[in-house]
Design a protein around this ligand. Sequence first.
Ligand SMILES: C[S@@+](CC[C@H](N)C(=O)[O-])C[C@H]1O[C@@H](n2cnc3c(N)ncnc32)[C@H](O)[C@@H]1O
Length: 250
Amino acid sequence: MPSRTGDIQTVTINQVLEDLDIVVGEDFAMGDFDVLGWQLAAKVRERGSHGYNHHGALFRPNYERGILVHSLIQKKGLVKILEIGFGRGYVTTCAANAIYGKGINGEVTTVDPFFDQQKLDNFSSVLDPAITSMVKINTMGQTSDHYFDSLHPKARFDFIFIDGDHRYDSVRKDYENAVKHIDRGYILMDDYHMPTKVEKDIDVSNFVDSLPSSVERKLVLTDRLLFNDDRGKTSDDLDYGMVLIPVGDI
Ligand SMILES: C[S@@+](CC[C@H](N)C(=O)[O-])C[C@H]1O[C@@H](n2cnc3c(N)ncnc32)[C@H](O)[C@@H]1O
């Protein structure tokens, strides 16, 4: 596996929203993402941990990822979305809401080998039925490798979010498969870690840093920059983020 360099242009979510001409509180309500995050993404710190003792139990793990996806979809009119890695459905829901908000039909496909009924039931209970009447949601219970193997070579998406298995070979295959199925739009990859942040099986930056310089990309710092950070961190303290890769004339 190549080593990571951390050599990547970095922007904050605030700057990306400004470039998209999006105004927080006018183009979207922070509360909507807080509610969805609470239902589909919130986490609880372990009792006795540093965070639990010093900052509190409940936290908002990068709810801004939903805001980034929502904003790109809304401003660029993206309607065919592929997500690798469903989790509990936070980004799937943010993407579907964004398409619905444009008043157009669209499709969100989410691929995960570990769907379970409880997660799916919770996800369904959160989704407004009006949204699913306009936005088709396909839940594919398989690995991304199997999904791409069975995908028609001519299938095209305009947004692909890679957030599944974060080990090097999986990230590489997901990216190599993604580029075959997008002509214009964005690839977004979660969990890019700078060399200062080492976590087992999170090798996204090892792959991204080995891409040729001709692949335009930016690291978007997203975690608790719009929401208040209970840890008191600022964008200067963040050594991780999401990699945004524009494809075609977007
Ligand atoms: C971080 S979570 C995804 C969170 C979700 N994208 C969101 O933002 O709301 C990662 C997910 O990837 C799934 N996953 C693991 N290996 C995978 C694979 N080979 N293909 C697709 N998904 C995978 C896990 O089951 C897990 O649900």
